[in-house]
Ligand binder design. Structure first.
Ligand code: PMP
Length: 308
């Protein structure tokens, strides 16, 4: 795991406060039942400004998550953005960082239902380095934990409690000397990694699991697919089984924390023959840098610039 340093100010009850003052009671319904909905966003510090990647898309996914879960959370895009700007400016970050907005309730209610409970937004920030060494391929394992299906807990909402599933898979992988886990659905199709989406290059085509698979629709995944299409490649949604993993030419993980990582091996079967990033990994990393540096046609569309 990367080194992580929490930044000093948080947004709590719609005010900017020192992080240590952002506290909720330990009887809180959200803590007891994992009833939260969260997001993970990246801010990049470049030339004296903060560039936040696809902030609006993250807001939409967070609001949709609350809608899917049926949580009462009412906040406009303008208010969300304003709070985000305030908390970022209060922290004046000097290095690239991670933003964690989340919806929670302070209610001490013991009943299991969340009817009539009002959910609030909290935001905190952390300085973060690489999750994985970009020059080293990942050693992945297929998890013995299945990916929970969408009709058990919705997978298109980042529901806090659902992340026990990801935590089990990632912990098992680490306990067995691997870097991360790939998770299969009940039919044996690969859905995603613990906290990242996947792409594979298979018989010359770029494939990604179907949108309707029990996975989070990653904003990095969408960006990568859009970049590939713009670069003239066709990205196909497909069912990907375990055999395809073992024989693919490239296997990539994409996500806000992971960024773009590549697999060296899956369950000990070599994927990256020379151990180095493949063509698509290199291409996507380069284009993603261009996006953040403002050198890609869609940069202005995808970046919210915040003077620090
Ligand atoms: N799947 C899961 C389960 C995740 O937690 C994440 C991280 N948010 C992703 C995929 C990647 O999504 P994104 O690119 O939006 O970070």
């Amino acid at each position: 795991m990367p080194e992580q340093k929490l930044l000093p100010f948080a947004c709590f009850r719609k005010k900017i406060v020192p992080l240590e003052e952002a506290k909720i009671n330990f009887t809180s319904y959200s803590l007891q039942y994992g009833a939260t909905c969260f997001s993970g966003i990246r801010g990049y510090v470049r030339e004296g400004t903060v560039r936040v990647f696809r902030l609006y898309d993250h807001f939409v996914r967070l609001a949709n998550g609350a809608k899917i879960l049926g949580l009462k959370f009412e906040m406009s895009w303008d208010e969300f953005k304003q709070l985000m700007v305030q908390v970022i400016q209060a922290n004046a970050p000097q290095h690239d960082f991670y933003i964690r907005p989340f919806i929670f309730t302070e209610s001490p209610m013991l009943n299991i239902h969340f009817e009539k409970q009002v959910f609030d937004l909290g935001i905190y920030l952390a300085q973060i380095s690489h999750v994985f060494d970009p020059l080293k391929g990942l050693r992945l394992m297929v998890s013995s934990w299945g990916k929970l299906p969408d009709n058990y807990i919705p997978t298109k909402a980042k529901a806090g409690g659902a992340y026990v599933n990801s935590a089990l898979a990632k912990s098992e992988a680490m306990q067995n000397g691997y870097d991360d886990a790939l998770m299969l659905d009940g039919q044996g199709n690969v859905v995603e990694a613990s906290i990242a989406n996947i792409f594979i290059v298979y018989r010359g085509e770029v494939l990604m699991p179907e949108t309707g698979a029990a996975m989070l629709e990653g904003i990095t995944r969408r960006t990568m697919a859009e970049i590939l299409e713009e670069e003239g490649y066709k990205v196909k949604e497909a069912r990907i089984d375990r055999s395809m993993l073992f024989t693919c030419d490239e296997l990539l993980l994409t996500g806000t924390l992971v960024q773009i990582a590549y697999a060296a091996s899956v369950n000990g079967r070599t994927i990256a023959l020379d151990g180095k990033p493949g063509h698509f990994c290199k291409l996507l990393r380069k284009k993603f840098h261009d996006v953040i540096d403002g050198n890609y046609p869609r940069s202005t569309h995808w970046i919210t610039e915040i003077p620090s």
